[in-house]
Design a binder for this molecule. Structure first.
Ligand SMILES: *Cc1c(COP(=O)(O)O)cnc(C)c1O
Length: 426
């Protein structure tokens, strides 16, 4: 087999046609359980001595293609899919961490993830130090004896700050802990974190990878670079009560973490993706490359145009000359900087509220990464549960509007925005 490139992998990887009656499309295995050949076979599969399908909470042939395809595109050794991006993040962390452990995370995170780390995980004895990610050394300074992972978003949502992931990966390596990156906003079409020493990549498949706003999903991909025999992860390299004394690193080698993530994470927390959603996301994935280029092209043009409008006080997009992240964006990303822009309205909060409800084509939606354009006001929606101080930390100012630029004709989007300006101009 030739070594295929990303856009080819997005169409072919993981689907063995001879196993599915030669179907061109990946079939939806809308199925819960699988019959065993005999008792001996059942025992072997259940005790993990032999690979095989048991129950769709653990594995399913449709979900399997999604996992293999995304692992191939990112350049990882394997992946486990989840019901949502949030389920991917929580199950990943709960598989690696235990009470008493500590996380160092960028403070510029998706609102739901920030709350999980800031409020919910501490109830289970897992604490987080949030750091200003603009200086990679802040991660190093925050590491304590019980720190077990570093967590960041490659392009923060909604601050649109780029993290110097190569530098942070060095910090993680010297502490012998994995660096986990949520790459939802950029997708593998624009940035491949494994090329820069990142150990684990997480995506919410709900956004650009599904790409059409119809299905929730999430995924965790392991690069294969972290050595799970590390003394920092005894649960992966000493006998586990969970499977009669099985040692994950002995049973699965490099795949130890992914094995535990599946057989304990999905078995015990249950966040499996529906095969139908996996199918819908596979449809989106096929066109990821061309969509991301077009989203990025539209977003850059809209960002430049917005900068020139009287009603706008500031515009943030990593590829604008005015962005303080331009240098990092040039270093890390290729093919564009994704479709998300943030900007402020000169007349402030009340005008911003009026403005975003006055467009026709652009909808007001708490989502991004759809083919259709969307505005959201994070301070009153996605980041509403945060205190004012936490909002500031995560980069959500009161006047900030997030614009997820879709695949419409940009001239139509400009006209739509000009019409909405009239509502606040007088
Ligand atoms: C949306 C999002 C998530 C959560 O994903 P869901 O699929 O909505 O649960 C996590 N991280 C980032 C960066 C996101 O944008």
């Amino acid at each position: 087999m030739i070594k295929i490139k990303q856009s080819t992998a997005a169409l072919h990887a993981g689907h063995i046609k001879s196993k599915t009656e030669q179907t061109m499309a990946v079939p939806i295995y809308q199925n819960v359980a699988y019959s065993f050949d005999n008792t001996e076979h059942a025992i072997k599969v259940f005790s993990l001595q032999e690979p095989g399908y048991i129950y769709t909470r653990l594995n399913n042939p449709t979900n399997d293609v999604l996992e293999k395809r995304l692992a191939a595109i990112e350049g990882g050794i394997g992946a486990v899919s989840f019901a949502s991006g949030t389920s991917a993040v929580s199950t990943c962390l709960l598989t690696l961490l235990k009470s008493g452990d500590h996380i160092v995370a960028s403070s510029s995170l998706y609102g739901g993830t920030f709350n999980m780390l800031n409020v919910t995980l501490p109830r289970f004895g897992i604490t987080t130090t949030f750091v200003d990610a603009d200086n990679p050394d802040n991660f190093r300074k925050a590491i304590k004896e019980n720190t077990r992972v570093i967590f960041a978003e490659a392009l923060g949502n909604p601050r649109l700050d780029m993290v110097d992931i190569e530098e942070v990966a060095k910090v993680a390596k010297s502490a012998d802990i994995p660096f986990i990156v949520d790459n939802t906003v950029l997708t593998p079409a624009l940035l491949k974190p494994f090329d820069y020493g990142v150990d684990i990549v997480i995506h919410s498949l709900t956004k650009y990878i599904g790409g059409q706003g119809n299905s929730l999903g999430g995924i965790v991909i392991d690069s294969g670079n972290f050595d799970w025999t590390s003394k920092n992860f005894p649960e992966l390299n000493t006998p586990t009560k969970s499977y009669h004394g099985l040692v994950y690193t002995e049973a699965a080698g490099q795949l130890a973490f992914l094995m535990k993530l599946r057989v304990e994470g999905l078995r015990d927390f249950g966040g499996a993706i529906s095969p139908y959603n996996a199918f819908a996301i596979l449809q989106g994935l096929e066109t990821l490359d061309i969509r991301m280029k077009k989203h990025s092209q539209n977003a850059l043009e809209m960002a430049k145009w917005l900068e020139q409008q009287n009603e706008i006080s500031w515009v943030n997009y990593p590829l604008l000359e005015s962005s303080k992240y331009k240098k990092l964006a040039d270093k890390y990303i290729s093919g564009g900087a994704s479709g998300v822009i943030t900007f402020g309205i000169k007349k402030g909060f009340e005008a911003a509220k009026k403005f975003i409800q006055s467009t026709d084509i652009i909808s007001m939606v708490a989502n991004f990464g759809d083919t259709k354009s969307m505005f959201v006001h994070p301070a009153s929606t996605t980041h509403q549960q945060l205190t004012e101080e936490e909002q500031k930390q995560t980069g959500v100012s009161l006047d900030l509007i997030r614009f997820s630029v879709g695949l419409e004709d940009v001239e139509d989007l400009k006209q739509d925005i000009k019409n909405a300006f009239k509502v606040i101009d007088n």
